[in-house]
Write a protein that binds this ligand. Sequence first.
Ligand SMILES: Nc1ncnc2c1ncn2[C@@H]1O[C@H](COP(=O)(O)OP(=O)(O)OP(=O)(O)O)[C@@H](O)[C@H]1O
Length: 251
Amino acid sequence: MSNVLTVEDLEYRCADPGFKLGPISLEIARGESIAIIGENQTGKSLLAKLLVGAIEPHGGRISLHCHDGKTGPRDQSIRMMFQFSSHALNPALSVAKILEEPLLRNTDMDKVSREQLIEETLLKVGLLREHAYHYRHMLSDGQQQRIALARAIILSPNVLVADEPFAALDPSIRSQTVNLLLKLQKEMGLSFVFISHNLGIVRHIADKILVMDKGQIIESGKTDTVFKWPQHDITKRLIMSHQSLVPQQTL
Ligand SMILES: Nc1ncnc2c1ncn2[C@@H]1O[C@H](COP(=O)(O)OP(=O)(O)OP(=O)(O)O)[C@@H](O)[C@H]1O
């Protein structure tokens, strides 16, 4: 499997004294799903922001590879989908305007091509062309989540990074979103890096798990292996507390 992203010795020192992220090195293969898990305030969101370029690292290198192995422009290679919240979409803009914004910023597509791509992307995430004319208040939570996903994939990135994409959704919408992501992953060959405290979803969709503590990756491996034979005490604790919830937890 070819790599779409290589991270070497990534480092970030927070103004908050005592917290330092890294050095972290990792590789993400095309089509792979990687879950970042860990206790609170261990640097998971910070790593996600560094990966997508929202924050500049103090050291190390992030290389994004195109299909031909060369490095490519960041915005078209890696995109972030933020935690669901009803405030994530601008209420003053129509869905068409929300989806047009990354196209205006990153491409020189003309108006007709932009409209066509917006329509195709709405269909891809299971919405209708008519949704282009809707505003946030006209959409359900599940539809808003799909718009956030459409905005993240409209530039056909290689890697989608999502910070707790399932947390604030009710269980039926959550499993629809999981299934939609799995479908898009297959269709687009998308690699997916996500942070989640829901180990049920992690076990269901991740190929690999990275466990973080105090800004470091303390354990990593194939999902099944980590669940069956966790090495680190923190990983054992996270898995045990998940297992004690399993009977009540739905996807
Ligand atoms: N944009 C940022 N700039 C500087 N420091 C940050 C930034 N975001 C987070 N941090 C710092 O990184 C440390 C880890 O926070 P982070 O949000 O990454 O934890 P987390 O593992 O995602 O936690 P949680 O599971 O509770 O969301 C904190 O000390 C925080 O202050």
